[in-house]
Design a binder for this molecule. Structure first.
Ligand code: TXA
Ligand code: MG
Length: 339
């Protein structure tokens, strides 16, 4: 199959929406990362997503809506707190896990009786949902286990010949996936995946916001994962990634001691002039927001350069930094060097 690159013109969006309506899967831009979109209510279409990505069948997909009215079509037992959060943060990079209605088939929810719902703020995504006339199931449009795509080119790299089309919406605004939350009770939010909507943002709505333990640690074998995605290898380039925590001096010393032939240091832009490293390096921004925006595309470009090892200077764990840290921790298979 030939994969067509569509623009965001109305004519092309109508083509993409027709593909989705007819049970096909299409790469689409969102404000977080690119998604692989299908009609969430059509099990055959959703199966194609799992096949294209090589995704484990028990890992549920997020369902994307264009209007709050659609929420009650796909979910029930919706707590007041969910409405408060939706009002404050939607459209935007936040996914809310709720009890699912029967219209959402088991393939979409990975066999769970819950569904993650998100209303994207990206104008193209919003138009596409409306034009296709259905709710859209969309995981990140990468091959399972690989870093998420933040441009149409990344999607083509992973999905060329496997899907009929990708809509080009330019670089993703945020660069890391949505914050995923669930509710422990009427007043308590649990963050299952950190993103641009941070714990302190959520604390404006309720005083109980828990960061799930699996965000900073590998899930313990005796615990059932509250989010199936926590169990799987994620965001990993072909190169081996090591995350190094410590002062700039300690980091440089570590790099100079351990760098082999095809090793790259991945560092902050603001540190370049203050450090002395002997191996090749790339930068991934200075602020947490910049680092979030760049991290996946940097990991992908280092693979293209043939890197065998990437030694990353650890990002901050505060605010949006926690999302960057969480993704890198998983890229590194939890291999963290604390100096
Ligand atoms: O920003 C995003 O969320 C992007 C864009 C395309 O919207 N989508 C995305 O989907 O990142 P995906 O499938 O790559 O990641 C969804 C994560 C997975 O870790 C999955 O296990 C979790 O959300 N998830 C989905 N539904 C869930 C549910 N019902 N309960 C718990 N976790 C859920
Ligand atoms: Mg993903």
């Amino acid at each position: 199959m030939e994969t067509v690159l569509l623009s965001s013109s109305d004519a092309d969006l109508i083509k993409a929406a027709e593909l989705i309506r007819s049970g096909e899967i299409v790469g689409i831009p969102t404000e977080t990362v690119y998604g692989l979109a299908a009609d969430a209510r059509n099990p055959d279409a959703v199966m194609k997503i799992f096949k294209a990505k090589g995704r484990p069948a028990d890992n549920p997909l997020i369902v994307h809506i264009a209007d709050i009215i659609e929420l009650e079509q796909i979910a029930h037992n919706i707590p007041d707190l969910a409405y408060k959060i939706a009002e404050k943060f939607w459209p935007g990079p936040l996914t809310i896990v709720l009890d699912k209605n029967d219209v959402i088939p088991d393939v979409t929810s990975g066999g769970l009786n819950t569904v993650g719902v998100r209303m994207p703020s990206n104008v193209i995504a919003n138009k596409l949902i409306k034009l296709s006339g259905c709710q859209i199931a969309a995981p990140s449009a990468n091959k399972s286990g690989y870093p998420s795509p933040t441009s149409a080119e990344h999607v083509i790299n992973d999905m060329n010949g496997i899907i009929p089309a990708v809509v080009n919406g330019g670089d993703s605004l945020y660069g890391v996936e949505s914050t995923v939350i669930s509710f422990d009770d009427d007043k308590t939010i649990r963050i299952l995946r950190p993103g641009f909507i941070t714990r302190s943002d959520l604390l404006e709505v309720t005083e109980n916001v828990i960061i799930d333990d699996a965000i900073l640690h590998d899930i313990s074998p005796d615990r059932e994962a509250p989010s199936p995605g926590m169990k799987y290898k994620h965001y990993s380039p072909k190169a081996n990634v090591v995350l190094v925590e410590g002062t700039l001096e300690e980091y440089c010393r570590y790099v100079n001691k351990h760098a082999g032939n095809n090793t790259y240091a991945l560092i902050y832009d603001c540190d370049v002039d203050n450090m002395d490293i002997t191996c090749q390096y790339e930068t991934y921004g200075s602020s947490s927001r910049e680092q979030a925006h760049n991290i996946f595309s940097k990991l992908r470009s280092l693979d293209e350069k043939g890197a065998d090892n990437i030694i990353v200077r650890s990002p901050s764990k505060e605010g949006v930094g926690l999302a960057v840290y969480n993704r890198l921790l998983r890229s590194a298979g939890f291999e963290v060097i604390s100096l």
